[in-house]
Design a protein around this ligand. Sequence first.
Ligand code: PMP
Ligand code: GLN
Length: 471
Amino acid sequence: MLRPIVGQAVSCVGKGSWRFPIAASSVFSRFQSRPCFCTQTSNMSPTLPAIATKTHGIEKSVWVEFIQLALEVKPLNLGQGFPDFCAPDTVRNALSKCCVDESKPLLNQYTRGFGHPRLVDALTKLYTKMIKRNINPQTEMLVTAGAYEGLFVSIMGLVDPGDEVIIIEPFFDCYDPQVRLAGGTPVFVPLRPTKTAGSVSSADWVLDPQELAGAFTKKTKAIIVNTPNNPLGKVYSLEELTMIADLCKKHNVIAIMDEVYEWMTYDNAKHIRMATLPDMWERTVTIGSAGKTFSVTGWKTGWVYGPEHLMKGPQVIHQHSVYTCTTPVQEAVAEGFEIELDRYDSPECYFFSLPAELKVKRDNIIKILREVGLNPTVPDGGYFIMADVSELMNKIDVGGDPNETKDFRFVKWLSRNRKLQGIPPSAFFSTSHKSIGENYIRFCFIKEDENLKKAGEILMNLKKDLDAGKL
Ligand code: PMP
Ligand code: GLN
């Protein structure tokens, strides 16, 4: 007999034959709004097989939770990072050609495991130019299912059980569970704001050099750095990267560089690739994303490049998990890169036209946020902005689960009650540093201007209602 279980994990646990391992039941009930189905038969054994213990404690995902909320509430969505406008026609046309062109049937079949040759060639050409070093397409470039997989195979392929991995906060949330899945121990070092009032920029968030140096031990295998950073928009300076590089060299540590927003920098900020610093190529793997580069986040295509002696690890993990990525998407991304490489020196090149467009959107959202009295941290890169919502939050009874951080409760309240969704930045901090992030909300600004304007109106109405004592 099939019986649906809806609701709390406890309803599955310890009731007659409904015994469910705690971790399994909590995974399903807490993070899935749809009912899960368990089979119950009269002569079933009282216990069911358990899921792997390595999955315990890493069930929670801000994306699962907030994407589900967006599906339910249908808010104006400035939460998850994706453009709400069309990607460039170069890559879209290239993809559609792959599907309709009957003269190239193999473009819809499996391709080379470590990357479709045309894409690997384009990536090799691009990064050979960017880092001024010849990259070997056979051994130093790997195409992955998004930067997400690029991060996963890098961490799984480079970190051994017992190794420590330094993660700079705020961090893209999957670094922590990925390090744990590899059997490693994350060691967190936060960026902290040196000012919180007046005009604050992402460059005002800095590392304490002594604190960072103190985090390196004999067990440290790698450090994960994300520049430009999500959610802050911080673009690490040459001085900051040099400090990290010196520590990597001193302690023989690998730099895992998440550079998915490499083309999106504003004003005078310049993206510097760690692999270009003296003696760092040998100890750096760099991760990129076509989703970010070409505004096609749904295409989930990324890559990792680095020296052969390090790339072997990520390649082996990729080979035994994903093995080969989608052929037509790789072909289309390759064509996109070829076009941009051909017009690299022109402002029409998407690598430069996109950030020029984004800078206008960034300046717009800064203005909107300042008008409603929410102090934004002006991002030097990426397409997210953090705004200080402490004053607003403290005046509203947002309810929610008191065990959750303030920002989680506020962001849910804002989605449900004002139909505007952001992301709670404490998700990007470790447990002991969540207080650094919980006065903020993260908004994504790679959105149509009219949607940014609507967000401004929602926030302004909220402020007016507060001022009028209506809340
Ligand atoms: N790293 C960072 C910093 C990100 O923001 C994201 C989200 N796109 C990823 C990695 C994953 O990228 P992808 O969508 O290519 O998997
Ligand atoms: N990188 C995007 C963000 O930060 C998407 C995250 C995701 O899909 N997991 O919003």
